[in-house]
Design a protein around this ligand. Structure first.
Ligand code: ATP
Ligand code: MG
Length: 289
C-alpha cells in the first residue's frame, strides 16, 4: 500500500478536499481487506514483542477524528493481536477540574508510554487546538491569565509548543504517529442514524454529537490548520480515509508496521558471561532428578 498518499508533508499547505473520504486504493472489497488486516495484526504482534524485549523505544499513536469516524473500532481491530502488557489506551474526555488546573499538556504527559510500550491516545492534546478553537469560550475554563487567553496568536503558539514537545519526545526515542480518520459528513449522518435505530448502538449516541455536526466546517478548518502546522518528519500526520471502516483499519495497521520497521528493533544481545550463565542454568535443570 502506498501510505505516502495519506501523509501530510511537513511545511506544506493541506487541502482536505484532495483527500477523498471513500478512497479504498487497491482494495475493492471488504473480504480482501479483512484478510490483509489479519496478516498485519500478526506482524504487529511480532514487532511489539521485539519492541518490548529491547525496551529502548516507545511508540505513541494518536487518533483524532470527528464523532463516529471509527476511532474506537480502529483501535480495537488494529491492536487486537497485541500483548496487553505492552500497550495502554487512554481516552481523553472533557478535562476534569484537576486537569484544568494544569497546563494543557499535563494530562497527556502522565500517560506517555514507557520504553518498550505502545501508548494509544483516543483523542489527545490536539483537542486543545481543535474543539477549543471551534468553541473558544472553553478557554475561559483553562485558568489562563488574561494576556494568554486573549492572545490572538494563541493557536500559532500552541502549534509551536506541540511541535517542540513532539521533537523532544522523538529525540528521546518516544516516536509519535498521528492519525486523522477522515470521514464525510454524509457518512457520519448514516452512522448516527444507525446508532439511533439499533438498540445495541444507542449508548454510543449523545444528542451533543448531532449538535457538534453543525460546526462541521469550523472543525475542518481547525483540523486543516492543526495538521499542516504540526505534521513533521518525526511526528507525521496521516489523513486516513474513513468512510469504509475496513479500509481505515488496514491502512492504519500498514502505517504502524512501516513505522516500527523503520526503528531497527532488535532482541537484546546477551554477553558471553550471560551466555555462560544460561548454559550453567541449563545444566542444573537437566541434572534434576
Ligand atoms: P465516543 O466514540 O464514545 O463518543 P468520544 O471520544 O467522542 O468517544 P465522548 O465522551 O463522547 O468521547 O467525548 C469526549 C468529548 O470531550 C469530545 O467532545 C471532545 O471534544 C471533548 N474534549 C476532549 N478533550 C478536550 C479538551 N481538552 N477540552 C475540551 N473538550 C475536550
Ligand atoms: Mg462522542
Amino acid at each position: 500500500m502506498n501510505i505516502e498518499k495519506f501523509l501530510v508533508p511537513e511545511g506544506k499547505k493541506l487541502n482536505l478536499k484532495n483527500h477523498p473520504t471513500d478512497f479504498t486504493g487497491d482494495h475493492t472489497d471488504k473480504r480482501e481487506a479483512v484478510e490483509d488486516l489479519r496478516k498485519n495484526v500478526g506482524r504487529l504482534a511480532e514487532l511489539q514483542d521485539v519492541l518490548y524485549a529491547q525496551n529502548n523505544h516507545a511508540l505513541l499513536i494518536i487518533f483524532q477524528a470527528m464523532d463516529a469516524a471509527g476511532k474506537d473500532g480502529a483501535i480495537k481491530h488494529v491492536m487486537s493481536g497485541l500483548n496487553p502488557q505492552g500497550c495502554e489506551v487512554t481516552s481523553f474526555k472533557q478535562p476534569s477540574a484537576e486537569e484544568l488546573d494544569h497546563d494543557y499538556l499535563w494530562r497527556s504527559m502522565k500517560r506517555l508510554p514507557e520504553r518498550g510500550r505502545i501508548g494509544i491516545f483516543n483523542r489527545s492534546y490536539y483537542e486543545d487546538v481543535l474543539v477549543v478553537r471551534v468553541h473558544p469560550e472553553i478557554l475561559q475554563f483553562q485558568q489562563l491569565p488574561d494576556k494568554l487567553e486573549n492572545d490572538r496568536n494563541i493557536w500559532k503558539k500552541r502549534f509551536e509548543q506541540i511541535r517542540n514537545f513532539e521533537a523532544y519526545l522523538a529525540e528521546n526515542a518516544i516516536h509519535t504517529l498521528k492519525f486523522f480518520l477522515n470521514v464525510s459528513k454524509e457518512e457520519q449522518k448514516n452512522r448516527f442514524l444507525a446508532r439511533i435505530e439499533t438498540p445495541e448502538k444507542n449508548w454510543k449516541f449523545s444528542a451533543g454529537d448531532a449538535k457538534e455536526r453543525g460546526f462541521w466546517d469550523d472543525y475542518m478548518r481547525a483540523y486543516t490548520d492543526a495538521l499542516q502546522n504540526t505534521s513533521t518528519k518525526n511526528a507525521p500526520w496521516y489523513v486516513v480515509p474513513a468512510d469504509k471502516k475496513w479500509f481505515t483499519r488496514v491502512a492504519v495497521s500498514e502505517i504502524i508496521i512501516k513505522k516500527m520497521e523503520s526503528l531497527d528493533l532488535q532482541y537484546p544481545k546477551i554477553s558471553e558471561a550471560q551466555r555462560q550463565n544460561l548454559l550453567e542454568a541449563k545444566k542444573i535443570l537437566e541434572s534434576e532428578q
